[in-house]
Design a protein around this ligand. Structure first.
Ligand SMILES: Nc1ncnc2c1ncn2[C@@H]1O[C@H](COP(=O)(O)OP(=O)(O)OP(=O)(O)O)[C@@H](O)[C@H]1O
Length: 251
């Protein structure tokens, strides 16, 4: 599905991501863990095209991505839920989700967010897709409600629906469980399991090792921008390098 080959990115001479290579199989759930500042979010931004790489190549289903802008990559089936993704609180849940489809539609994300006049036919189709995505994450009944009224856990599901509205084959989730209470985490974990069962390929950045261990087929561990370990959750947790760099007492 996705191949990252020797990718590096530095800021002011300091590597945020250094010579990282990954191969994500179709239908795989890949966890990305590592201490603060390890380069996890930067890696996602390199994959989505929100940041250009200094070196290396990224390809999706053998299509080289390096020269493609984020919306072109989205068009190839890649969708991201950013860390702390924005909720338009005064808009309805459906409208919040429709914003996601505009990354693939003719009208842009900004126009959607500002509610500029869209193309009508596009708009009907996008509303239909948004309702489908909302039903998929269990928020069908909330479509017409103001997004700001949703509890945090359901706002997170709404953001997943926003990403699903673009009909991705690869879904990137950057710390989707952060700030959620135990019951909300559990609901999100079940949703991610269901999406995986539907055949979606998933990349998941998460600090909560138990959460990522439960969901990931394989885990990649970053430290100081480099991959220091990769394997099944069991292999990674047993790796002495990982224990000293990251897991510490949590292992
Ligand atoms: N736009 C930027 N400008 C300058 N430095 C940056 C930028 N983005 C990231 N960095 C630096 O790159 C390194 C990696 O940051 P990144 O946010 O990718 O780590 P992370 O593993 O996602 O961390 P966290 O778990 O805290 O979210 C850090 O040292 C960070 O300060």
């Amino acid at each position: 599905m996705l191949t990252v080959d020797g990718v590096s990115r530095s800021f002011g001479g300091v590597y945020a991501v250094r010579d990282v290579s990954l191969d994500i199989a179709d239908g795989e759930a890949r966890g990305i863990i590592g201490p603060n500042g390890a380069g996890k979010s930067t890696l996602f931004n390199l994959i989505t095209g929100h940041l250009p790489a200094d070196h290396g190549t990224i390809s999706m289903r053998s299509t080289p991505l390096n020269r493609l802008a984020p919306h072109r990559r989205a068009g190839l089936g890649m969708s991201i839920v950013f860390q702390g993704a924005r909720v338009f609180r005064g808009m309805t849940v459906r409208e919040n989700v429709m914003v996601g489809a505009h990354t693939r539609g003719r009208t842009g994300f900004a126009a959607a967010a500002l509610r500029l006049p869209p193309h009508r036919r596009d708009e009907r189709e996008i509303a239909r897709r948004a309702d489908e995505a909302l039903a998929r994450v269990g928020l069908g009944a909330w479509a017409g409600h103001q997004a700001g009224l949703l509890p945090l856990g359901q706002q997170r599901s709404m953001q997943v629906a926003r990403a699903l509205c673009a009909q991705p084959s690869l879904l990137l989730l950057d710390e989707p469980a952060s700030g959620l209470r135990a019951a909300e985490r559990e609901a999100l974990a079940v949703l991610i399991e269901e999406l995986k069962a539907d055949g979606l390929t998933i990349m998941l950045i998460e600090h909560d090792v138990a959460f990522v261990t439960r969901l990931a087929d394989r885990i990649t561990v970053l430290d100081l921008g480099r991959v220091i370990a990769e394997g099944t959750p069991g292999e990674v947790r047993a790796d002495p390098l990982v224990v000293s760099a990251y897991l510490g007492d949590a292992s």
